[in-house]
Write a protein that binds this ligand. Structure first.
Ligand SMILES: Cc1ncc(COP(=O)(O)O)c(C=O)c1O
Length: 338
């Protein structure tokens, strides 16, 4: 099999195996390997009716040494537990989550993109209420499964600046809702505004806080950060997903001698940043060139259209260098799979 590794987009693709496990009668069963890409599901399953589902997204990379490296999967395991507590799913033990992720990668080894292609293996764990209920209450049965596919960059440009648009007519999450959880409903709520941004020629929509619409929340499927002098600034908000990439970048910024500020970021502060970016597993770091605010008819501009700024470039090179094993990993973030 020869895939065109360098030209992969962020698209669904079939691989050989997935792994699955069912929670029934109060306990998790055996982890099973399947080559079926479909699931038989009860027509009354709570995931179908009441959105009782959570997912995760993480990546594995091939290093120059040919070894597969997995990035911070313990953090994804913990975040899925937080999501489970939030919408009353059965929690997947961290050890089961990590075992499932490692197993499905090794089963699909031939789909892990080679070093130097810029591509990676995207891993998608999924947890949902598979038991039937017709009243609004949590299911008694849950299914946890993990599948994988090789991917290229999420934003077509890769590590090239993009333009984004502030979303003025839609909220993705409520102030005390589920925005901090990785649950499907948030994504359903974001689709129309992301599509509208695409139709208008923007890479994605930037959401404002849904209480006052004064502060930056996040950028489509990624967190926002700005660079101001020697400071890394990123929003603190109850309605954004705590990004593992953002958490890693904050550590790297501190390690580079920068100050890190995690606090509400007023919209007007967009005018004060030297550089701005979106970060996430899929987005990695996507530099932002322009932010258009249709509410005020203002455009904020960072750097030039084709070159990411120097701080963002350094952060990108350090993060991806650690992920691929080109740089030392002083934080113990990567696990080599044998
Ligand atoms: C809404 C949202 N925000 C932020 C992120 C980035 O999080 P992470 O860096 O953990 O992938 C994601 C992607 O997972 C996301 O879907």
């Amino acid at each position: 099999m020869e895939l065109d590794w360098k030209n992969l987009g962020f698209n669904i693709m079939s691989t050989d195996y997935n792994v699955r496990c069912v929670f029934r009668n109060g306990k998790w069963g055996e982890l099973e390997v399947s080559s079926d890409e479909t699931i038989p599901i009860h027509i009354g399953a709570t995931c179908l009716h009441y959105g009782q589902e959570s997912f995760e997204g993480l990546k594995a990379f091939t290093g120059a040494d040919g070894k597969i490296r997995l990035f911070r999967h313990d953090e994804n395991a913990k975040r899925m537990q937080t999501s489970a507590r939030g919408i009353l799913l059965a929690e997947v033990p961290v050890s089961l989550f990590m075992e499932a992720v490692e197993k499905v990668i090794l089963l699909n080894k031939k789909f892990v993109p080679p070093y130097g292609t810029g591509a990676s293996l995207y891993i998608r764990p999924l947890l949902f209420g598979s038991g039937p209920e017709v009243g609004v209450r949590p299911a008694k049965e849950y299914t946890f499964l993990v599948f994988v596919m090789p991917v290229g960059p999420y934003f077509k440009t890769g590590f090239k600046p993009v333009n984004m648009m502030i979303c003025r007519d839609h909220d993705r999450a409520a102030p005390m809702g589920t925005g901090h959880l990785k649950v499907g409903g948030n994504y359903a709520a974001s689709m129309s505004s992301i599509l509208e941004a695409h139709e208008k020629g923007y890479a994605t929509a930037i959401y404002l806080d849904s209480r006052e619409r004064k502060y930056i929340d996040e950028c489509g499927p990624a967190n926002f950060f700005g660079i101001k002098g020697n400071t890394y600034v990123t929003p603190r908000s109850n309605s954004i997903l705590p990004s593992i990439t953002n958490m890693s970048l904050q550590t790297l910024a501190e390690n580079m001698g920068m100050k890190v500020e995690k606090r509400p970021v007023p919209l007007e502060e967009l005018a004060e940043f030297d550089e701005a970016g979106a970060c996430g597993t899929a987005a990695v770091i996507t530099p932002i060139h322009k932010v258009f605010d249709p509410g005020k008819d203002v455009t904020y501009t960072y750097g030039d259209a084709s070159n990411p700024g120097p701080v963002i470039t350094k952060l990108y090179e350090t993060l991806t260098g650690i992920q691929k094993g080109d740089l030392e990993d002083p934080f113990g973030w990567t696990k080599i799979l044998d």
